[in-house]
Each structure stands twice: as C-alpha cells, then as structure tokens.
Design a protein. Sequence first.
Length: 139
Amino acid sequence: MKKIREVTLKEIKSPGGSLSFFEKGKEINFDIKRIYYIYKFCEQNRRGFHAHKELKQVMFCPHGKIKVEFTDGRMKQSYLLDDPTKILVIEKGYWREFVSLEEGSILFVGASDVYDEKDYIRDYNEYLKWEEDNNESAI
Ligand code: TYD
C-alpha cells in the first residue's frame, strides 16, 4: 500500500490551543477542490464501501477516533485516526471502509475534484475487475 501515506503533522502549541496544517507541494500533491465531512456517525456502523477511479483525497479526524480500512483486492491496510495531527494522503483506486470507534467522531476529507458519481465504484466485484484491468496497485 505505497500509495497511501500517513503523515504526522506538527502541533503548534500556544496558550490558546493547538494548530496543525498541511499544504500542497509538501504533505499533499494536489489542489483541494472540495471539502466534506462525515459526522453523527452511527457507532460501529461501517460506511464507505466504494473506490474512486481518479479522485485523490486527504483525510483526518479532528475529533474522536475512526478506523479507516483500504484494500486493492489483494492486500488490506488499516489506519487509526485518533489524533488531529494524523492525516492520510490517499491516491486514486483503493476500496475504503470507515468505522467510528468513538461517539462524536468526525471524518474530514479534502478531495482533488468536485463530486462526480461517475468516479465511484460501489460494487466490490466490479472494483476487483477494474483494479485488475487498470493495474493501479503499487504493491
Ligand atoms: P458517499 O460518498 O457514498 O458516503 P460514504 O462513502 O461515507 O457512505 O456519499 C453519501 C451520499 O452523499 C451519496 O448520495 C452522495 C452524496 N455526496 C454528495 O452529494 N457530495 C459529496 O461531496 C459527497 C462526498 C457525497
């Protein structure tokens, strides 16, 4: 899973609180054209269940604890987002699922493009076929 990077950001502490940031050309390699966030998660319920053909994303959990699982159909990789300084930078093509492990968790996502349902693959068998045909895996 070389195309998914977990980066730990600096935490700039001050008496007023903490601040973290990431930038294009440093931690991420794309422009962010859309931001969305998932909140009021149903506890232990999974969501996601899709892959993106082209979309790149950066995601982090500003509050709470969320498990994020990726697969390319052969290997699985799971990440725990449990600190606002941890970000995941995700290239296109991975099947993903999310589970909230704490009430009130928020998943924040910066995406390289605007919403386009045609970029989604929502059927796992279709994904496996797409993955094989596109040979997108870095493994
Ligand atoms: P979806 O990406 O399927 O969420 P999840 O993978 O977490 O289950 O999106 C859920 C719904 O929201 C779906 O009907 C598409 C819609 N949606 C938008 O209209 N714009 C967006 O930017 C996103 C991310 C989703």
